[in-house]
Unconditional design. Structure first.
Length: 178
């Protein structure tokens, strides 16, 4: 939605919308599923600009980091930004953001695009290591079977030879106790 800053000059501007985001457009894999993002927001004028408060809500399904099963999660995200009309920016190149610039949205032409802000927040809030459940057992490293329903049929792996000296020490301590 294109929000004109003029609409909040005299009194706060409130709006609700749903924004459908395509995972491919966000450069996410086909296994990522997103429901439309419900946005409930308001824009209020201040002396230094505007304050934008919003509540975003959506469901996302991403593959579990351990077993690749779908991990579904409901997200409710409260946000608050300071919105300022465009300032003079350097023509090209990258620059580091200063701390006072975090939480500030600059808009040109007096129009704020809520869709761009929502897409950015969805990307930032995708989990880096999602789990289908906290105790996910993952996949068997030998046969690839999902271990959550139970053990696979693989034989126990041979002990790591690097631990042989420690196993011998443990064995001798066990023998001394008997």
């Amino acid at each position: 939605m294109k929000i004109h800053l003029d609409s909040a000059r005299d009194e706060p501007f409130r709006w609700q919308e749903e924004i459908a985001l395509e995972p491919a457009a966000l450069e996410l894999g086909p296994e990522v599923k997103l429901t439309p993002v419900s946005v409930d927001g308001s824009l209020t004028r201040l002396d230094t600009g505007y304050v934008l408060t919003a509540r975003l809500a959506w469901r996302q399904t991403v593959p579990c980091d351990r077993c690749l099963a779908p991990a579904e999660e409901a997200i409710v995200l409260p946000l608050e930004w300071l919105v300022v009309e465009g300032r003079e920016r350097p023509v090209a190149g990258e620059r580091e953001l200063r701390e006072e610039e975090l939480g500030v949205v600059e808009v040109d032409g007096g129009v704020l695009d809520s869709g761009l802000l929502v897409a950015e927040q969805v990307q930032l809030n995708l989990p880096t290591h999602p789990l289908c459940r906290p105790d996910c057992a993952g996949l068997c490293p030998r046969c690839g079977t999902n271990l959550n329903p139970g053990p696979c049929g693989c034989a126990a792996p041979p002990p790591d030879p690097r631990w042989a000296a420690l196993a011998a020490l443990r064995s001798s301590n066990d023998d001394d106790r008997d």
